[in-house]
Design a protein around this ligand. Structure first.
Ligand SMILES: Nc1ncnc2c1ncn2[C@@H]1O[C@H](COP(=O)(O)OP(=O)(O)O)[C@@H](O)[C@H]1O
Ligand SMILES: [Mg+2]
Length: 337
């Protein structure tokens, strides 16, 4: 068993808004071990980014309330003074985002930024740090990195920028990488290359990764474990094989049906889950997914289901998963190859 790096325990993140306190992340728990890639999936607005930003403590703390624990190597990050948090952020725990332009500084060259980050986290001098930056860029698959380091973020393509951001995030050799939709804006080929680079670096550094995505195709490729979120809560959790071969939650099944099949019939419209994620100031009293669930009954609309352990390390939040499973109601979902 690999070392448990991060334990998120009953995390609740609420914002003070004009409409009062809204809870965007409501009792989320999961763990990440070294060498694991945990996929966090769910539609837009389910609380994936807020979970990540809570771990990194990137949210404006004057407008926020945290409950629960985020234990990183035995320390509760939520209780850590900002100074100590700064030492962990971008050092032991690094984060990459969907849009590299927001995390790369437009007025410095790529090389300058990566070298600065390397110097901040090592004893290397400027020349050595630049050499290291070139090496990092090469690792992320950037061609002619010795030329690229002299370019500015706006001078290179989106895919190259994304690689540069990964190089920067990994230049401090983090133990935990949080990647929030890192390939969403990219074409399929670049996406595949970047995921591959992350996998290689994970092996090299024995990192733990939290990969946030709304794309289960990406999850199938690189994740070892999966947490499915819906409206601020975990609704299913299992290892990746189980999620794809034996999903228990109608929402997970819906997400699986949304994956485009490479050899599928292109003339048929893609499946979509009907309806939208409810708003945080109008959370349904029962199961949060009931309004969109084909299996929901009156109990689902009244009573919130607990997160239960359905099988060893397979958690599910649904009143009817056993019956649905017995009926074989999910049979028509194809597993991506
Ligand atoms: N600063 C904030 N103030 C109030 N609500 C917020 C804030 N940031 C995010 N939210 C709300 O929290 C919910 C979860 O957002 P987010 O984590 O960004 O979703 P996801 O990343 O899964 O798409 C959304 O309803 C969003 O509107
Ligand atoms: Mg997000």
């Amino acid at each position: 068993m690999q070392e448990c790096l991060l334990e998120v325990k009953d995390l609740k993140t609420s914002f003070h808004t004009e409409k009062g306190l809204v809870t965007a992340v409501d009792g989320v728990s999961f763990t990440v071990h070294s060498g694991q890639t945990l996929g966090v999936v769910g539609e837009s607005g389910c609380g994936k980014s807020v979970t990540a930003e809570s771990i990194m403590r990137l949210l404006d703390e004057s407008a926020i309330r945290y409950e629960g624990e985020i234990n990183y190597k035995g320390k509760n990050l939520l209780k850590l003074p900002e100074k100590e948090m700064e030492a962990i952020r971008g050092n032991e725990i690094a984060m990459i985002f969907q849009d590299a332009l927001t995390s790369l500084n437009p007025v410095y060259t790529i090389g300058n930024q990566i070298a600065e980050s390397i110097m901040a986290h090592s004893n290397l001098n400027k020349k050595e740090a630049y050499e290291k930056a070139v090496e990092m860029l090469r690792l992320t698959g950037i061609p002619s990195p010795e030329k690229r380091i002299h370019e500015y973020p706006h001078e290179i393509s989106g895919g190259m920028r994304q690689r540069a951001m990964i190089a920067m995030a990994l230049s401090c050799r983090p133990q935990l990488l949080i990647a929030d939709e890192p390939t969403t804006a990219l074409d399929v080929t670049t996406q595949a290359q970047i995921l591959e680079v992350m996998e290689e670096l994970k092996k090299e550094l024995n990192m733990g990764i939290i990969l946030i995505t709304h794309d289960l195709g990406v999850v199938a490729e690189v994740c070892t474990h999966v947490v499915v979120m819906y409206l601020g809560q975990v609704i299913e959790e299992a290892d990746v094989e189980t999620i794809f071969s034996k999903p228990l939650h109608p929402y997970t099944n819906g997400l699986l049906k949304c994956i485009p099949q490479l050899d599928g019939d292109r003339t048929k419209p893609l499946f979509t889950i009907e309806g939208v994620v409810p708003s945080l100031d109008d959370i349904p009293p029962g199961c949060r997914f009931a309004g969109r669930c084909p299996f929901a009954d009156s109990k689902c609309r009244k009573e919130p289901p607990p997160l239960e352990e359905a099988a060893n390390r397979h958690k599910i939040r649904c009143w009817h998963y056993e019956e649905i499973q017995k009926q074989g109601a999910f049979e028509d979902v194809a597993i991506p190859s």
